[in-house]
Design a protein around this ligand. Structure first.
Ligand code: ADP
Length: 401
């Protein structure tokens, strides 16, 4: 049973209390199994595991990531796959922050672990969690090489003008305060599909990618190289997200601290977990927002309007930065599914050569597709993202090199 999966990559996305995983073949894209372990390090843990068309959910205490991965390996074994002996080419780990140190997928060594640990100050909630997944994989699958794929890597070459905050240079340099950008794996994967859809060489394509999921970010890409992106030093900047505020005047943050007397952790929770769509209308899931909107709920209407307003602001900015735009592409949960978001964010832009075809926009599909009219000078696409496959492909390339 394990023979067919030789060369596959086990992709890990370890959060502070969760572990998402997928066993995928980097060439065929075939997914053999996937799942999620939740409430790691807490009471009431669970694992949902899908393999061979069967999905099982079990309640199990998971004291740490090593315990979670050990149990996941047993679930694989129950389905007939011995991960240690299956001939996996790599374990590919999503790592959120690569700082200035990492800008390509990197084979994990003890030195690499130390460096990821060192830059954890830039992503205190994410990098330590990613590292626990890396350590556990190295312990439990010692013969399979581990590769880190960084969320910031694609944006490493952002022009200085786009990456620099206008604050004291000395302070910025000393504390590594600059714009790094995130969701890079998705922006790279999705933007990489667009030249093929346009029938043009990648070097000649100017494009905007809108990754709209729970987290959301926009990017402007000229000839394959990103020239701007909406997330900054952390994944908090930019678009309105499920629970994150996106752009906010730093003066408001100071006010919350000085006048409202909120501490750093309280402000962090407010802006990261209780803002965005959730802060505006009580729901972070876009489907719930849409249902409330249809029922005439005023707070959902405001949430939707703020979401679209911010999105249009970024689209406009990136059109000017790029000068000429060949394509605008929607991806991730909201971008791939919410026809109204696509229509409203590009409504009334006929003078800029952007015209959506309502029938094409209404099509539901898992395939990349064009939703603009044939006359639209700017092509508008929906391209489903696949971060796990992208991580698997990059990890396999590192191991093969
Ligand atoms: P992430 O990977 O950032 O957790 P996803 O890319 O899975 O997020 O996107 C999740 C978002 O996509 C949720 O807000 C969800 O409501 C939204 N979404 C999923 N399906 C639909 C749909 N059919 N219509 C509108 N929104 C959808």
């Amino acid at each position: 049973m394990s023979d067919g999966i030789a060369g596959s990559v086990l992709v890990f996305n370890a959060g502070s209390s969760s572990l998402k995983y997928q066993l995928v073949h980097p060439e065929s894209g075939e997914v053999t199994a996937e799942g999620i372990a939740e409430r790691i390090g807490d009471h009431g843990g669970s694992i949902t595991h899908s393999q061979g068309g069967l999905e099982v959910t079990e309640q199990i205490e998971l004291p740490d990531h090593t315990a979670a991965i050990r149990r996941v390996m047993e679930l694989f074994a129950d389905g007939g796959i011995d991960l240690a002996a299956a001939g996996l080419s790599a374990v590919g780990h999503r790592v959120v922050h690569g700082g200035r140190s990492f800008f390509r997928p990197t084979l994990i060594t003890t030195e690499v672990i130390s460096e990821i640990d060192r830059i954890s100050t830039l992503a205190p909630l994410h990098n330590p969690a990613n590292l626990t997944g890396i350590q556990a994989a190295r312990e439990l699958l010692p013969d399979v090489p581990s590769v880190a794929v960084f969320d910031t890597a694609f944006f490493h070459s952002l022009p200085e003008a786009a990456a620099t905050y206008a604050i004291d240079r000395g302070v910025a340099k000393l504390h590594a305060i600059r714009r790094y950008g995130f969701h890079g794996t998705s922006h790279e994967y999705v933007s990489g599909k667009v030249p093929g859809l346009l029938g043009k060489p990648a070097g000649e394509v100017n494009q905007i990618v809108l990754h709209l999921g729970n987290g959301a970010s926009a990017s402007a890409i000229a000839g394959g190289a990103p020239i701007d992106t909406s997330m900054g030093m952390t994944p908090l900047e930019g678009l309105v997200m499920g629970t994150r505020s996106g752009d906010i005047d730093p003066g408001a943050v100071l006010h919350l601290h000085r006048v409202v007397k909120l501490g750093a952790d309280q402000i962090d929770t407010l802006l990261n977990k209780n803002s965005g769509l959730k802060g505006l209308c009580g729901d972070n899931d876009f489907r719930s927002v849409t249902e409330k909107l249809a029922a005439g709920d005023a707070s959902a209407k405001l949430a939707y309007d703020v979401y679209i307003h911010r999105l249009r602001r970024y689209i406009g900015a990136y059109m000017i930065e790029l000068g000429r735009v060949d394509a605008i592409t929607f991806t991730a949960g909201v971008g791939e599914n919410a026809t109204t978001v696509r229509a409203d964010s590009l409504a009334g832009l006929e003078n800029y050569g952007i015209v959506i075809d309502p029938d094409r926009n209404a099509v539901r599909s898992r395939q990349p597709r064009k939703i603009s009219t044939d006359d639209s000078t700017v092509a508008v696409f929906v391209v489903p993202t696949n971060e796990e496959l992208a991580i698997a492909q990059q990890a396999a390339e590192v191991v093969a090199a």
